[in-house]
Design a protein around this ligand. Structure first.
Ligand SMILES: [Zn+2]
Length: 259
């Protein structure tokens, strides 16, 4: 699943390529056709990511909300006349580039109230400069479940997915099964700061790299301590994998689980 760093990369690219321009907007697949017709020819004001949500704000006052889910992606074309994929939910054409949006779980047109409601459901995003880390710590500590569940709850912290969860709990050797309220505030504050650094690296590199000593061009499968690893890259002990709310959880038997 694309985690927050992917959405911020897309938001940056769409802003650099298309913001300020009047766009041709269409829905080759048809499911967004009525909304696309309302936006066609309108100027794109901005492109922002909040956690795993991308918002494209148009001068009409309408905002396109995109959530990529597990398999969604944007395709970029240098040629503005490129023929879109037939399955594209949304096709955007500017003066210098065109984009297809493929297989999102959400592509919806929101009014300003809808945008406010959406943002009200999200916790702080470590990749946003204005994000309040103290608020994130409060929400995580107040979570009724385990710290592993809390980190994926987008209303506590926005943008973290399965890979960052596994890695950011390994680095300070926290057991993902620990009740969220039992993790000290100082430990959450350190996780928040770590996420700010790691996710910014993800935006820069385009891949999730969490092993400090490795260069940015290391293969991603080697650049993680426990996520999808057989043996812990820190100590060599087995990595245990189990399902938490349908998502795989990974932790080092020796350093995190006390095994
Ligand atoms: Zn280990």
């Amino acid at each position: 699943m694309p985690e927050g760093h992917s959405l911020h990369r897309y938001a940056d690219a769409l802003r650099a390529d298309l913001a300020g321009e009047q766009l041709a907007v269409s829905s080759p697949q048809g499911r967004f056709a009525a909304e696309a017709a309302q936006l066609d020819g309108a100027r794109l004001r901005g492109s922002e990511a909040y956690g795993k949500n991308l918002l494209l704000e148009f001068a009409t006052g309408g905002t396109v909300h995109v959530h990529l889910g597990l398999r969604g992606l944007f395709l970029r074309y240098d040629d503005r006349a490129a023929i879109p994929r037939k399955g594209a939910r949304l096709h955007l054409v500017g003066e210098r580039a065109a984009y297809d949006l493929i297989a999102p779980i959400t592509c919806a047109l929101l009014d300003p109230d809808g945008v406010r409601r959406l943002l009200g459901t999200l916790g702080p995003d470590p990749l946003r400069a204005e994000a309040d880390g103290d608020e994130a710590v409060r929400r995580l500590r107040a979570h009724p479940r385990s710290v592993g569940a809390a980190l994926l709850d987008q209303s506590a912290l926005a943008g973290v997915g399965n890979v960052y969860r596994a890695e950011v709990l390994y680095r300070p050797r926290i057991d993902p099964r620990t009740p969220a309220r039992e993790v000290p505030a100082a430990a959450y504050a350190a996780v928040w700061e770590d996420l700010r650094v790691l996710m910014a690296r993800g935006v820069r590199v385009g891949s999730i790299l969490t092993v400090d000593e490795l260069p940015d061009d290391a293969p991603p499968e080697q650049a993680r301590y426990v996520y999808k690893q057989q043996a812990c890259r820190g100590c060599g002990a087995p990595v245990r994998t189990w399902s938490l709310d349908g998502r795989d959880c990974y932790a080092c038997e020796r350093e995190q689980l006390g095994g």
